[in-house]
Design a binder for this molecule. Sequence first.
Ligand code: HEC
Ligand code: HEC
Ligand code: HEC
Length: 421
Amino acid sequence: MKFKLWATAWVLALLAVLVALYFHTAWTGVDRPLGQGAYDASVERGEYLARVGNCATCHTTDKGAPFAGGVAFRTPFGTLYSTNITTDSETGIGDWSFEAFYRSMKEGVRPDGTHLYPAFPYTAFAKLTDDDIASLFLYLQTIEPVRESARANALRFPYGLRPLLSVWKALFHDASTYAPDPEKSRAWNRGAYLVEGPGHCGACHSPRNLLGAELYDQALTGGIYFDKVKTGAYRRWSGVNLTPSSTGLGKWSEEDIVAYLKTGQCKHAVVHGPMNKVIMNSTRFLTEEDAFSIATYLKNIPPRSHSADPPPAAEVLKAGEIVYTVHCGSCHLPSGLGDDILGVSLSGSAIVQAPDPASLLNVILYGPHLPPPPFVVDRTRMKMFGKRLSDEDIASVATYVRASFGNTAGAVSPDQVEEQR
Ligand code: HEC
Ligand code: HEC
Ligand code: HEC
């Protein structure tokens, strides 16, 4: 086992050198230098794109200066930290040329040739137009310089070896700019650009392979995200299916999607977890037109779903129905349909039916993580059930809601509940 791992690492390292050489020679630079009129770009446009791309959220710690980095990301390969992207010339990117910045967004490479981890979503940002990358660069040049060195990553062997990323990129990274589909409307294409490019929705909403690359043939059918909680531990969340399937946004209208992205709630859902920061720091700033474009796109891609859960057993469903009647039915109603003041509808809900039940279990265990003011959630508050119900009870009620009210998702085990505690 150990020998195999080493042998694989060596083969990969050799490949890495070859591919790195290729990349080194393949880079042809930017078409045009950043000068007067060369790009249709502005600081304001860059600020808007930085919001859509949520650069600040990933590059600012709770107490740190804006864009100074240091935010921890937990991945299956270990923990890594975002870096300083302020204009400080020593610890930030103040010395970077436009070409260097352009290349980092397109190919995930530093000026000295070091490969960057795709936790920096350049796999999505590569789709940006040259004008938009130029705008982002102009905006980042207006950020106050802050001296803050990068924190050392804690990645497992061999993932700490950056040259290996060249192999990863050769396999999984496509650096080409978004190409509009001439068969589709302007709004659809704008939505596709925002979702796949700056908005990088797939980072949390698409499943990934064993090497952490998004599976494009199952794009937006649901992914996983680890969020840090107050105790310093990480909690697993499932990004839901965003395609218009019956386990995704099938029941949502375009207006519902716009309301959710701009205010954190609509008649189908209230924001509960990591999506909070996405809405608070990013999507609520979308122009009305851009928010509608995203909705148009999400409602007009092929409905898809994936699930690996076992089908529920009859006894579990029966036990779950009892827990539901006692603890949930008063608000979500026996029909599961909820109402405007009490619980939201659980019928056709994307959180309830997500391929991985993590988000559903978090809602039941910990209650809502509602957005802070100025947001007002005009419903009664859901309680936390973590202390009131056992793992078995929560597994059975979760299984019950996933398979009732027209829902079609698989069973949840008590072990999965325990993992979320
Ligand atoms: C999902 C989190 C995330 C988002 C969103 C994000 N970044 Fe980053 N970024 C990172 C991480 C993590 C790194 C460090 C990668 C590494 O060390 O290999 C990084 C590194 C970078 C770097 C390389 C700097 C260096 O030398 O280490 C640049 C430039 C950058 N980001 C710019 C941006 C811009 C511009 C945006 C918004 C359009 C953005 N990032 C959005 C997580 C993010
Ligand atoms: C940092 C990870 C992350 C990113 C990036 C992200 N999401 Fe989410 N999203 C989640 C998670 C996790 C949930 C489910 C739990 C919650 O409410 O936070 C969710 C929930 C949602 C829901 C609500 C589904 C429901 O039934 O409650 C919609 C709609 C949505 N996201 C759309 C988007 C769009 C559009 C984008 C891109 C602009 C996006 N998300 C980017 C993590 C993310
Ligand atoms: C006191 C009323 C109340 C009770 C009891 C209650 N809920 Fe809720 N539930 C809500 C409300 C209200 C929301 C919307 C978020 C919020 O404001 O808390 C919600 C949200 C949810 C969601 C998230 C739906 C989405 O897409 O946003 C799920 C899942 C859920 N409840 C399941 C349950 C289950 C299972 C039980 C029983 C163990 C339960 N609820 C008990 C009121 C309640």
